[in-house]
Design a protein around this ligand. Structure first.
Ligand code: SAM
Length: 212
């Protein structure tokens, strides 16, 4: 999802009070950027922000960071935040490939919502649950690694289940129809669109228990 021709998107993003510029300077110290030191949950590929903004409002006792590759997309989230005063939300505009250069042992959970499926096998390494990314995420977590994924794409979902299992994650919860589960859920922009079309949403919650 790349929105073109969003005038001054880079400038709007860089000047937002929600955006962390030069995030590499805070590696290992992100908790100090928030008013209160609390668990940090991140969403990679936050798009226009409905999920991460909704989560920050619903869970004021957790600090949230939304990550998005394109300023032209993030600017839509910033517009939604204009009327808000959320002290438990920050945004970072980077490619997830850099994620292990930004965080170190400070994240409690990662959300991957409707990530690009990269269906061709030659592009599998770009999927956000590929071993390359799981390896990068490993250095981010402060406790047991915890990943929550939602997707309409059954191919990506099956791939994620395999990839996470092979990487030592335990699937705590799996659903092929999130709408009909009793699972606490904040909807994303894509989720709302798919649900309105009657598309079922796949969901997983995976934890990698560390040996003591
Ligand atoms: C299909 S959209 C889903 C947006 C939102 N999560 C939702 O569920 O509505 C995928 C988003 O992930 C972003 N994205 C894709 N690859 C990324 C990467 N490597 N790093 C950061 N963001 C990425 C895209 O720019 C896009 O905004």
């Amino acid at each position: 999802m790349r929105l073109r021709n969003v005038k001054d998107a880079d400038k709007i993003v860089a000047s937002s009070k929600y955006v962390i510029n030069n995030p590499e300077n805070y590696k290992g110290n992100f908790k100090k950027l928030f008013n209160k030191e609390r668990k940090i949950h991140i969403e990679i590929g936050m798009g226009k922000g409905d999920f991460i903004i909704g989560m920050a409002k619903k869970y004021p006792d957790i600090n949230f960071i939304g990550i998005e590759k394109y300023a032209s997309v993030m600017v839509r989230a910033i517009q939604k935040l204009e009327e808000e005063e959320l002290d438990n939300l920050k945004l970072i505009c980077i490619d997830a490939m850099q994620i292990d250069e930004i965080f170190k042992k400070e994240i409690d959970a990662i959300y991957l919502n409707f990530s690009d499926p990269w269906p061709k096998s030659k592009h599998a390494k770009r999927r956000l649950t590929s071993p390359i990314f799981l390896e990068k995420y490993a250095s981010l977590f402060v406790n047991s690694p915890h990943i929550v994924q939602k997707t309409d794409n059954i191919g990506l979902f099956a791939y994620s289940i395999m990839s996470l299992s092979q990487f030592g994650y335990t699937l705590e919860s799996v659903s092929l129809d999130l709408e009909h589960e009793n699972i606490d859920n904040v909807e994303t922009e894509y989720e709302k669109k798919f649900m309105s079309l009657g598309v079922k949403i796949n969901y997983l919650d995976a934890v990698k228990y560390l040996e003591k």
